[in-house]
Design a protein around this ligand. Structure first.
Ligand SMILES: Nc1ncnc2c1ncn2[C@@H]1O[C@H](COP(=O)(O)OP(=O)(O)OP(=O)(O)O)[C@@H](O)[C@H]1O
Ligand SMILES: [Mg+2]
Length: 240
């Protein structure tokens, strides 16, 4: 099945929030597996109150304990009302690194029958992360086009290009004088824009577990983008 890894290059442009938006928006017929592989900034278990000590299987636990083929879909959790599932990261970056989660996931991606969206966190230049991005069918770099993230993206562009084709997800709002436009960013970096991601603090707060979801969440800008990204993920060409 198809897989895509979402990464950031600097700051916190909203990778994890977008992954949750995609899962929430994916719908019954487009159920997908979110795998949180970020070594730092593990957030999903905390945000969705999943108890990683006892009941919840994390990517770190699977990477350390599972031998042979693992049914990742069966091991995943369903914290959203939508039918999508998640395998959250362990909150400790030490445990995540020791478990070599990125390397483990790179070798297990093709066994999943549902589309897989990987929260690969910040680009860290490690061999393990390189292998994971190279194993994913698509790499999407989420950039908030403020100067430090644009500079960071240019600095790691060569490394990212070596993992395969790269596309951009660009945070809006467009027209902010402090931000490059999506088009300008695409021409600076040489990566096509897969989607723009609206500034939607209310939905973001709900997706981060900080406020209850509004009744019309499905129509909110960030969830609509999540739906478009879910559709795009389903259309990504997996291995033949
Ligand atoms: N589209 C958005 N509109 C408004 N606020 C957002 C949006 N996406 C994320 N946020 C807010 O930005 C903050 C960071 O989001 P998030 O944790 O998803 O970023 P990240 O890129 O995963 O960061 P990290 O590198 O720390 O993992 C959160 O407070 C979240 O609510
Ligand atoms: Mg994150």
């Amino acid at each position: 099945m198809s897989s895509a890894a979402v990464v950031s290059v600097a700051g916190s442009p909203g990778v994890t929030t977008l992954a949750c938006a995609v899962a929430v928006a994916s719908g019954e017929d487009r159920a997908l597996l979110v795998v949180e592989a970020a070594t730092s900034g593990a957030a999903i278990a905390a945000r969705w109150r999943l108890d990683v000590r006892d009941t919840v299987t994390t990517t770190a636990r699977l990477a350390m304990e599972a031998s042979g083929t693992v049914d990742l879909w069966a091991a995943a959790h369903q914290p959203w009302l939508a039918s999508s599932r998640v395998i959250p990261a362990h909150p400790s970056p030490v445990v995540m690194r020791q478990a070599q989660v990125a390397r483990w996931l790179a070798t297990h991606l093709t066994s999943v029958h549902q589309p897989v969206l990987i929260d690969a966190g910040r680009v860290d230049g490690s061999v393990e992360q390189f292998d994971l991005l190279a194993a994913a069918d698509a790499v999407w770099v989420l950039v908030d086009p403020i100067v430090e993230q644009v500079v960071a993206a240019r600095a790691v562009a060569e490394w990212l290009n070596a993992t395969g084709p790269v596309h951009l997800l660009v945070r809006e709002p467009a027209g902010d004088p402090a931000r490059d436009s999506a088009g300008a960013l695409a021409s600076t970096l040489g990566w096509p824009v897969a989607a723009t991601v609206p500034d939607d603090p209310q939905s973001a707060r709900a997706l981060c577990g900080l406020s209850p979801a509004r009744r019309n969440l499905a129509r909110a800008p960030l969830i609509r983008t999540g739906k478009a990204v879910a559709d795009r993920l389903a259309a990504v060409k997996g291995p033949a």
